[in-house]
Design a binder for this molecule. Sequence first.
Ligand code: SF4
Ligand code: F3S
Ligand code: FES
Length: 248
Amino acid sequence: MGYEAKFKVWRGDLDGGGLHDFTVEVNEGEVVLDIIHRLQATQAPDLAVRWNCKAGKCGSCSAEVNGRPRLLCMTRMSTFTEDEVVTVTPLRTFPVIRDLVTDVSFNYEKAREIPSFTPPMDLKPGDYRMQQADVERSQEFRKCIECFLCQNTCHVVRDHEENKESFAGPRYLMRIAELEMHPLDVADRRELAQGEAGLGMCNITKCCTEVCPEHIKITDNALIPLKERVVDRKYDPLVWLGNKLFRR
Ligand code: SF4
Ligand code: F3S
Ligand code: FES
């Protein structure tokens, strides 16, 4: 059975904006993105929202629903009671372009700072061999859909614009961890992690892990192991040499 829901949607741009009230029809099985599309179709044709797949796989529709970072296409209306006001706002950590669309280029800049996969020079195609455990570790990290919900949530940058320059955020620290633990990668990313990427600023609050729609254990499986490796190497050159020789 359908019902009429009360929505508050943030509308505006970099110069300012505010919450606009809407009453809108909701049908069984719908998600928040369906309601935003109905608003576009019936009441607010110029409402800006970014989306693509409507299947939780493109990472485009990230926003905040009742203050929680979420994918709009994966947030079922049945999560809310029928009399609950549903408030939809843009990601807080990134500058607004218009309405629910934010400028996420911070993330692309951080991605570009990480040197790509670097196999040994003498390794020929066909000689790439890895243990299953190493394959599985990489596969977990590669489930990332780049929705940037973790980047938006981490308190290091969420309310601290000034930290953005010196902190890559959980998604890109995870990328460094993936390469650092990759048995066929010979580049040393120790200094990058500790320096430019600001690994030391992460104090393991795990908020990034909580919001990840792919359920990647960002903190436990990427950030903490990366911290351990960086500390090991920093204080024990033999550990560093051993890691490289045996490609742990
Ligand atoms: Fe999104 Fe998870 Fe990737 Fe972060 S790690 S960008 S929350 S999919
Ligand atoms: Fe931020 Fe995640 Fe660390 S939320 S502080 S990157 S554990
Ligand atoms: Fe692709 Fe939501 S529209 S993840």
